[in-house]
Design a protein around this ligand. Structure first.
Ligand code: DLL
Length: 436
């Protein structure tokens, strides 16, 4: 092992021992799942009525998938596996359709989640000497409380700033010499712009690291954050259905996101055929909880797309790594027949000099064709220069995007800070095409 670790016995565990642990915990999870009306019915359909019916880890592949729709149908208590008196917290999410889902936690679940987050942040180099400003929302969203408990567990000084109120965030950062922040990547870029306009030299702050997650972002965006602040930024992946943050995280080597396999069984499947994919092939992440009591979930289809990184990480952790998330299977935009993920647009855009930190993707119908419009903020200096410079950049963006996504978009350039920013997850796609 070559790296700081919170729980070395588990994080560097031999694969064989790790898989034995997974099997033991899978049986425990199935025992709990069988207490819920939802899984009793589901598992009976495949003749799985007792946990001992699970002989090997591979048996997980016979279990039917669980989807977000299943969670909606089971709302509010169809997936609750323990007595109500054992539940200490719940997190709900309303999603885009507005139909809520809920995840319940016992004290054991909260402790387990806290342990996973502690592992993540120590893997990224946090220590109890750090001053941690948590800029994600506290409440039903899991980013705030999830990181908060993990950070307290390792003994950092935690500033529960929550999201928004940028000038207060800046004051807190300066007054308490914050060394680590946690935020969505889009909010950090917004914060950087605000720091600049307040005349604060970001490199004079005490900041050393950022934990960024909760929304897709490209390597180029991470690079921008790292350069603008002069810090290291570590990618953090999670979802409410699997607790929240703490599912997978980059270590100091930033070679992919280690997923805690004592807590989750990880599969990558082809979202069309639903068949498992080999290492290196991109598909949908499917996760089974292994340590949770109140809401055990078996083979949950996350809709998130990624692939497994092959080989070993120099840190020595044995838990496998996910590559940077490539978006969601339900994010796919089909524009005049061409399949495009918003992440491809972001990745190309953020590499173009002169393009600022915020952008929007608009799609509308013009006659029978789709029209793609990219609205991007340009650097302040551009707007002070000759209009011809803006025209040239617009043209260049159009051409570079055409070679990246095979569709030439219309491009608008906007002054810095003029496009809408959200305090939480960025909403960048506006699809105005009629739905049939
Ligand atoms: O976003 C939990 C979280 C909070 C993760 C803070 C990291 C940091 P949900 O609101 O349920 O939970 O949204 C989960 O966000 O299925 C992904 O589509 C997306 N997502 C989360 N992290 C990343 C990431 C939290 N690092 C959904 N890269 C997931 C890309 C991410 N997408």
């Amino acid at each position: 092992m070559n790296a700081p670790a919170w729980n070395p016995a588990i994080e560097f565990m031999e694969r064989e021992a790790l898989e034995r642990l997974q099997l033991i915990n899978l049986r425990k999870t199935v025992t709990l799942a069988l207490r819920t009306p939802f899984y009793r019915r589901r598992l009976a359909e495949i003749g799985l009525n007792h946990p001992e019916d699970i002989i090997s880890l591979r048996d997980v592949c016979n279990i039917p998938y669980t989807t977000k729709d299943d969670l909606r149908e089971a709302y509010p208590e169809g997936l609750l596996a323990v007595g109500r008196e054992q539940v200490v917290r719940l997190h709900t999410s309303s999603g885009t359709t507005g139909t809520p889902t809920v995840i319940y936690h016992t004290q054991h679940d909260i402790d387990g989640w806290t342990e996973l987050v502690a592992r993540c942040i120590v893997a990224a180099g946090a220590t109890r000497h750090d001053i941690f400003q948590n800029m994600t929302s506290y409440g039903l969203f899991t980013g705030g409380l999830g990181l908060h408990y993990g950070a307290e567990r390792i003994g950092m000084l935690v500033i529960p700033a929550s999201s928004g109120n940028t000038s207060r965030q800046i004051d807190l950062m300066r007054n308490f010499r914050t060394t680590i922040v946690h935020a969505t990547p889009s909010y950090l870029l917004h914060l950087q712009a605000a720091l600049t306009s307040e005349g604060v030299d970001t490199t004079k702050l005490a900041l050393q690291k950022a934990f960024i997650g909760a929304e897709p972002h490209s390597e180029a965006t991470r690079g921008k954050i790292e350069n603008l602040f002069g810090i290291q930024a570590y990618n953090s992946y999670g979802l409410s259905e699997m607790n929240g943050p703490g599912v997978a995280f980059e270590c100091l080597y930033q070679t992919g996101l280690h997923l805690w396999e004592d807590a989750y069984i990880l599969e990558i499947i082809d979202p069309q055929t639903l068949q498992p994919l080999a290492e290196g092939e991109t598909g949908e992440i499917v996760l089974t909880t292994l340590q949770r009591q109140a809401t055990p979930l078996l083979r949950y289809r996350t809709r998130d797309l990624s692939h497994l990184v092959s080989g070993y990480c120099p840190c020595g952790r044995t838990h496998r790594r996910l590559a940077r998330l490539q978006g969601r299977s339900d994010d796919l935009l089909i524009i005049n027949g061409v399949n495009i993920f918003p992440s491809q647009i972001e990745s190309a855009l953020m590499k173009i000099p002169g393009v600022g930190v915020n952008y929007m993707i608009h799609i509308e119908k013009r006659g029978s064709l789709d029209r793609l419009l990219i609205k991007a903020e340009g650097d302040a200096m551009l707007f002070a220069s000759h209009p011809h410079t803006l025209d040239k950049l617009r043209e260049r963006i159009g051409e570079l995007l055409r070679s990246a996504i095979l569709v030439k978009p219309a491009v608008e350039l906007h002054p810095p800070g003029s496009l809408p920013v959200s305090e939480g997850k960025a909403k960048r796609v506006v699809d105005l095409r009629p739905t049939f």
